[in-house]
Design a protein around this ligand. Structure first.
Ligand SMILES: [Zn+2]
Length: 168
């Protein structure tokens, strides 16, 4: 994915609005250089992207995006300013912890994350403890973790199922 710099200036910013390094996800902020009727200046598209360290063999020489990483609101925040993609955390946890049918992470404060989970057929008394310890590999003791027993994870109006929701 080339960034077509003569037409659009693209910034990838961290939670302090500073540029991220290649390989790290950042909020995509766009300045449209060609649109005189309705210019967009540092417009936040609310998606996350990652700079590529590679250059394209086609020879245009523009920087490239490695990938898009989903919506800004789908990233959870760490107390030290880092960010975690909820989708990869949920996918990794579901493959390692038996007994969970579905789960969704909701961060309503910087120091609190709720783990909403639907019990699976192989749910045991150990499942929730395993869930918490899997989360602890990412969130240290400054973040309170709580498992919430739910019967289903509601879909968004679009029909999509969100793996994580950040409200801070
Ligand atoms: Zn190319």
């Amino acid at each position: 994915m080339h960034l077509n710099l003569p037409h659009v200036y693209v910034e990838l910013l961290d939670t302090d609005d500073q540029p991220v390094k290649p390989g790290e996800p950042g909020k995509i902020v766009v300045t449209d250089l060609n649109n005189h009727g309705m210019p967009l200046i540092r417009y936040r598209v609310e998606d996350m992207g990652v700079y590529s360290e590679k250059s394209c063999p086609c020879g245009r020489g523009f920087p490239m995006l490695e990938r898009l990483e989903g919506r800004v609101a789908d990233f959870l925040k760490l107390p030290d300013g880092g960010q975690v993609a909820g989708i990869s955390l949920v996918e990794r946890t579901l493959t390692r912890v038996p007994g969970v049918e579905q789960m969704q992470l909701v961060q309503d404060r910087l120091d609190r994350v709720s783990v909403n989970r639907v019990r699976g057929s192989d749910f045991t008394e150990e499942t929730d403890a395993l869930l918490i310890s899997a989360m602890r590999e990412v969130f240290d003791e400054r973040v309170a973790l709580e498992v919430v027993d739910v019967s289903r994870i509601p879909q968004e109006p679009s029909g999509k199922y969100r793996f994580s929701i950040c409200k801070v």
